[in-house]
Design a protein around this ligand. Structure first.
Ligand code: PRX
Length: 640
């Protein structure tokens, strides 16, 4: 799939793009000269503080860094009130289209009123500053309203992606001890309602902290309403007051928790903070996606992921821009759905993931060709390394060979872009290029020395950084700061080329990237061993043309159980129910042993070698070197 010849191509930005860009060399120079002063300047320009901050960065207690200490602000105030009080009040803030074609446009004024009302609804249900509210919702305007409503009163939201199973939802509700769950009856998937509320009901059977469930009527499917616990969104909103004073929040007050996969079975609640997050998300959107007053920005990510938090909702609204969201499948009613909407809504900046681009590429360029995409002036990608072939397809067929592509590297933990070009940076297909101004990264070896190929680290704190892992400071330190001391370890490998550009090569820990979604191998393994038939399992990611990586499971059965196609189906289904459809293994291979070191650690690298058809490397350190031969035979037997 990779064409290395293309990797050497450099695409220089046109003079027109550079001269119109929000960024200039002076911005890079100023940030390089004094990065804290530069971040302070961004904060002064981009955030309205109620009480000014005293210090840009308090680094007295690493790795618990605190940004803009002493200052107070409110996120919903920054996203709404300041535009409501300006000429932007009648500008479209949020545009929405559902799969079945329902359209909503909310101006800043309208969104302001809805959010104020919803904040009062939450207050009326007893939600207080610091309480956790769990959102298990489709990509509907009410989801953005609920997020902003939480921030208005200082409640901490935890959004759980609608594709996650009831079990995953229950785990996240319990870990955050959420008091309220906000969901919808259902949403449409390929024309049929998907019963979201049913899933929530199952999850709620194994939680005891939830007091109320707020339900948005969306798909119109029948649902079960639990007397005394469940309340309809529209009933509560009908009588809610139109103004709710925004809570004055400390700059580093928790804003939201977002669960993501790590290398252990238990997802971690990444905890983000208020002012630093507002600064970095806005600064990156302004300089990287170069947003202008008349742009309509479409970030296709689900709000359940960090990309949706930062770049569908918070940054575009804080900057007073128009953000577009779509709730539905990309090929309904036909494979040109995305381009049809891009044309109809006049999208000018479009941001999606390599897995989606590869899917569009597979379908063929006749679909984008049916539509006038000339309004698009800038493109973006995120979630995994983009293969140069997909980059070129995107560049030519969606960008008309005139739009720069911003390949943005970042993570749930970083809050905003970290390594990314800006419109003035020469591009090479497949690399996220250089650090954003004010961000210091490096590629280091085991001994923390700069190298050409090694581990990707962030050398100094950044404003949008996570604060900790919810309820587990030790895990925060262990996970990110133990390996390289004062450098944040991102979990990715990277190399640097002769232009100094950074090429992220993928995860070096036990985390898979399936269609841009993070999954811990341990999560899938623990789902598998829950099945009565399974003694042990090892999960790896195998390269996949569209998904990037696909989970493959090697399974040892307990005595007395036989391998069969029915059992394979059963195990795959179980993982889908336990975690969510995205985690279902593509293949399950039954084996008698697994490659383990003498200390008992599974050598997943060797399993990947088998699954990707490479020669098996050194097996002398294995406790049972013979295990590999058996697995290789079983694997090739599966392929026949
Ligand atoms: O491996 C990197 C990959 O996605 C991981 C972060 O995943 P998540 O926290 O789910 O956030 C995804 C959206 C920000 C990273 O550790 N990744 C993300 N963007 C890129 C990438 N790999 C290469 N190039 C990118 N542009």
């Amino acid at each position: 799939m990779e064409k290395t010849a293309i990797e050497d191509r450099v695409f220089n930005p046109s003079e027109e793009v550079v001269s119109n860009a929000n960024i200039s060399q002076a911005v890079y120079d100023e940030a390089a000269a004094d990065r804290l002063a530069w971040w302070g300047k961004q904060a002064d320009e981009l955030v309205t503080f109620f009480k000014p901050y005293e210090k840009v960065l308090d680094d007295s207690n690493p790795p618990f860094f605190r940004w803009f200490t002493g200052g107070t602000t409110n996120v919903s105030y920054n996203c709404l009130d300041r535009h409501y009080n300006s000429a932007k009040r009648n500008k479209a803030a949020l545009c929405y289209e559902s799969e079945i074609g329902r359209k909503v446009i909310l101006t800043y004024r309208e969104l302001y009123i809805e959010v104020n009302k919803f904040a009062n609804v939450l207050k009326g249900l007893g939600v207080q500053k610091g309480d956790r509210v769990c959102l298990y919702m489709p990509m509907i305007p009410e989801c953005a309203i609920a997020m902003l409503g939480c921030t208005r009163i200082g409640a901490i939201h935890s959004i759980v992606f609608g594709g996650f199973s009831a079990d995953s939802l229950a785990d996240r509700i319990n870990d955050a001890e959420a008091k309220i769950v906000i969901t919808a009856d259902g949403n449409f998937r390929k024309g049929n309602p998907f019963p979201l509320k049913n899933n929530a009901d199952v999850a709620l059977e194994s939680t005891s902290c939830v007091e109320k469930v707020i339900i948005v009527k969306n798909a119109g499917n029948d649902i079960n309403v639990v007397e005394g616990r469940d309340v309809w969104y529209h009933d509560l909103m009908a009588t809610a007051d139109k103004y709710c004073k925004p809570e004055e929040m400390e700059a580093d007050a928790p804003l939201f928790i977002l669960y993501t996969s790590g290398s252990t079975g238990k997802p971690k609640g990444v905890q983000h903070t208020t002012a630093g997050y507002l600064v970095q998300t806005q600064a990156t959107l302004k300089y990287v996606f170069d947003l202008k007053e008349d742009d309509t920005f479409w970030c296709t990510a689900d709000i359940g992921w960090i990309t949706g938090h930062s770049y569908v909702v918070y940054a575009p609204l804080a900057l007073g821009m128009t953000t577009f969201m779509y709730d539905g499948t990309v090929d309904y009613p036909d494979k040109d759905r995305m381009w049809d909407m891009a044309e109809r809504w006049g999208i000018s900046v479009f941001y999606t993931a390599p897995t989606a681009i590869r899917t569009f590429m597979k379908w063929g360029n006749e679909y984008p060709r049916k539509h006038d995409l000339s309004n698009i002036r800038l493109l973006g990608t995120v979630g995994e390394p983009i293969n140069p072939e997909a980059w070129m397809w995107y560049y030519e067929n969606i960008g008309g060979s005139k739009c720069p592509i911003m390949d943005t590297w970042w993570q749930t933990e970083t809050g905003g872009f970290m390594i990314t070009p800006t419109p003035m940076v020469p591009l090479k297909p497949g690399t996220a290029t250089i650090p954003f101004p004010g961000i210091e990264v490096d590629v280091v070896d085991e001994n923390k020395q700069s190298t050409e190929r090694g581990y990707l680290v962030v050398k100094s704190p950044w404003p949008g950084m996570l604060m900790t892992i919810w309820g587990d400071d030790d895990r925060y330190i262990d996970q990110y700061w133990k390996r390289f001391g004062d450098y944040y370890f991102a979990g990715d490998g990277a190399k640097r080329d002769d232009m100094g550009y950074i090429w992220v090569t993928g995860r070096v820990d036990d985390v898979l990237n399936v269609s841009g979604h993070r999954l811990g191998t341990a999560e899938i393994e623990s789902a598998l061993v829950e099945c009565a038939e399974v003694a042990e399992s090892a999960v790896i990611g195998r390269k996949h043309d569209v998904k990037g990586e696909a989970p493959v499971a090697f399974v040892i059965l307990k005595d007395g159980f036989e391998a069969s196609p029915e059992l394979i189906d059963k195990l795959k289904k179980h993982v889908g129910v336990k975690i969510g459809p995205i985690a279902r293994p593509d293949d399950i291979i039954f084996t008698g042993g697994l490659p383990k070191t003498r200390s008992g650690k599974i050598m997943r690298r060797l399993l990947r070698d088998i699954a990707e058809g490479r020669a098996i490397g050194d097996v002398t350190t294995l406790a049972d070197p013979g295990a590999m031969a058996e697995i290789a035979t079983k694997y090739s037997g599966k392929e026949e």
